[in-house]
Write a protein that binds this ligand. Structure first.
Ligand code: NAP
Length: 242
């Protein structure tokens, strides 16, 4: 199938793109930076997979529309969409600038909305589609100095459930993944105090690797996950047990 993975020039998104290519899918690798997307594409093609790079800011409606046109013309309409693009910003609540709050919601929430809305018509026409939204366990339990980030990730979980209720009978299966801390540049940027305290409270005693999230997304995109609808899977080192 054709799989579009957003924010796949780094970290979790890159690992998801590589895993989906290993699974035999042709991957449209999106990132803000064409160069970062191309780096992922180069790794995929070096390993024998099929992929192509597409730059777009997922929060920019015109850019998303253009990206879907380009992906569809060059590869075909995506039947798998992984909404992964995102970034973290940490600040005490009273120091969160309105612009930082708006940007977090623009990329995570508006971006997930725009890219999903752009992909769904072709999925509905085909009577088949798979959407995986990358949330965060912080959207389930909250995080200190992460009110805007955790709020955006909680919104993504709510959107996942609502869209799953609306679309599942039409052949589009939608789920979320809420990772715990994963070793990527995003987590590297968080404070050392936060990372030390978080590692100490994890039952598994370690952060995850991006490839371990790739495996979870691979499962959700497989027929083995046919009964998973509107779920939020938690690869989180035991930090959240539901
Ligand atoms: P990362 O290594 O920083 O990668 C994020 C990628 O998203 C980067 O390639 C970045 O592009 C891209 N991106 C950012 N804003 C974008 C936009 N507006 N449009 C398109 N692409 C954009 O971070 P990560 O840890 O892999 O995070 C991936 C996702 O997992 C995020 O949604 C994050 O919230 C979520 N998550 C991460 C963790 C964790 O512990 N790492 C845990 C739970 C959830 P550039 O580099 O070109 O700017």
């Amino acid at each position: 199938m054709i799989a579009l993975v957003t924010g796949a020039g780094s970290g979790i998104g890159a690992a998801i793109a590589e895993r989906l290519a290993q699974d035999g899918h042709t991957v449209a690798v999106n990132d803000l930076s064409l160069g970062h997307a191309q780096t992922t594409v180069d790794r995929i093609t070096a390993a024998g997979g099929q992929a192509r790079a597409f730059a777009a800011d997922v929060s920019d409606e015109a850019a998303v529309t253009q990206m879907l046109t380009d992906v569809t013309q060059s590869l075909g309409a995506p039947q798998i969409l992984v909404n992964n693009a995102g970034f973290a910003h940490q600040a005490p609540f009273l120091e969160i600038a309105t612009a930082d709050f708006d940007r977090i919601f623009a990329v995570h929430v508006r971006g997930t909305f725009l890219v999903t809305r752009a992909c769904l018509p072709a999925m509905l026409d085909a009577g088949h589609g798979i959407v995986v939204n990358i949330a965060s366990q912080l959207g389930q339990i909250g995080g200190v100095e992460l009110v805007h980030y955790a709020g955006a990730k909680a919104a993504i979980i709510g959107m996942t459930k609502s869209l799953a209720r609306e679309m599942s009978a039409k052949g589009v299966r939608i789920n979320a993944v809420a990772p715990g801390p994963i070793n990527t540049p995003l987590v590297e940027a968080l404070s050392e105090d936060w990372k030390t305290a978080k590692r100490a409270e994890l039952p598994l005693g370690r952060f995850g690797e991006a490839s371990e999230i790739g495996g979870v997304v691979s499962f959700l995109c497989s027929d083995d996950a046919a009964l998973f609808v509107g779920q939020t899977l938690g690869p989180n080192s035991g930090d959240v047990m539901l």
